[in-house]
Each structure stands twice: as C-alpha cells, then as structure tokens.
Design a protein. Sequence first.
Length: 164
Amino acid sequence: MSELGSTLDREFDEQAEPETDFMRRGVVKWLIRVVSGLYAIAFIVPVVRFLRSGSAEEGGEKVTQISLKAALTLKPGEFQMFKFGSKPAIVIRQGPDDFKAYLATCTHLGCTVNYNPGLRRITCACHGGQYDPDTGKNIAGPPPAPLAPLKTEVSSDGDFIVKA
Ligand code: FES
C-alpha cells in the first residue's frame, strides 16, 4: 500500500512540475515585457519632449516676444528663469547693458538648464551638460548643440523685451 502511495505521489509530482514550470516561465516572460515597456517609455518620453522643444507656443499660438521688466532689476552676474510661451528660458545679466537670454531646454534630452554663477556656466543637472553663458555654445558633457538664443532689448518706454 505504501509502495503504491509513493508511486502515485511520484507520478503526481512529475505531472505537476511541468505545469508549475510553465507558469513560472509565463510570469518571467510577463515581467520581461513589463520591464521592457517601462524602459521604452523612459526612453521615448524625453526624446518626444526634446523634439517638441523647438517652438515656444502658448495656447496653440506661437510666442515671438514677451515683456520681462523684472530682468532690469538684476545685478551683473545674476540671472532669472522665466517662461517664453510654454518654454523655460533664462536671462543672465553679464554687465550693466549686457544681457544674454536662451531657451533653457537642454539640447541633450530636454531637461531645464540653470545658471551657475560660481562656474560662470549654464549647467544641466540631468547628465552634467555645460554651456557658455556668453554664446550658449555647448562646451562640456553630452549636449550635441548650443542653446537656442533669444534676443533682448530695452524698448523706448523702458520695458525689457525678449524676442525669439
Ligand atoms: S538632458 Fe541635459 S545633459 Fe542630458
């Protein structure tokens, strides 16, 4: 009786193992697909954001200039982040009448850059990209191109204008 029982147990185990193995493979395949999907999303989202970063639109309309009077209160060496339409932008006061402005979208994968007065560089915290604040030129790290420049001027009525 016990010999028959152990034989039945063995047969039962042999039949059950392939099913368990099949289920394990299914779970592993499912996990691989989920992780692959997450990696694909993590790659595609910044690329799409970067590709869409070329235009500064707000409410579907392209923005070509804005008023930024607060920039006139900056001291030389100071900077201000602002929105140019829907895009982040940065203006740096280099001297009494010397302003530099750029779209603040990193040309690597689209992170927002910032100014580091100590380094005198525009920097990107995402992957260590650096830009020359005088020209916007990419000078270190992975960014493949300069920052998009913006024009600045003080209007006759004393307003500070930033233009595309
Ligand atoms: S997104 Fe700026 S260095 Fe990568």
